[in-house]
Design a protein around this ligand. Structure first.
Ligand SMILES: [Zn+2]
Length: 131
């Protein structure tokens, strides 16, 4: 144990979110590649794992921290765009989208109001539509 501790001294250790993600990704790929009948493709599954191990033993600690930080920023963006998609899906339950017959401007109107008159917010063209 002591020898291992000496060996790990000054190394990154890799107990961060990025390494967790790499290990999980590797496991997922192993399972996926079980179902893909291409020879040697399963080796690809170990690439994230190898990278995770490399990060663990790396001595460039600040570089590894930057990687993890970038990963977290990227993850935040992904989560944000998922929220956007979800919001639009919820929106479509309550709103209907029309394109203005004149200027093709996209217009959002509430659903379930029957026949209504819509005024384009861009060119003020009036048209009727059923919602
Ligand atoms: Zn218009």
């Amino acid at each position: 144990v002591n020898r291992f501790r000496n060996f790990m001294a000054g190394r990154y250790g890799g107990r961060d979110a990025l390494n967790m993600a790499l290990i999980v990704l590797s496991l997922i790929l192993v399972v996926i590649f079980l179902f893909i009948p291409i020879p040697y493709i399963s080796f690809l599954a170990y690439i994230p794992l190898i990278f995770a191990v490399y990060r663990m033993f790396s001595k460039q600690i600040s570089k590894r921290q930057t990687e993890n930080y970038k990963y977290l920023v990227w993850l935040g963006k992904i989560k944000g765009s998922f929220r956007g998609i979800k919001k639009r899906a919820q929106d479509s339950k309550h709103y209907k989208y029309y394109n203005c017959p004149e200027c093709k401007q996209k217009l959002r109107v509430p659903k379930g109001k029957g026949k209504i008159s819509i005024t384009c917010s861009k060119c003020q063209t009036k048209f009727t539509a059923k919602t």
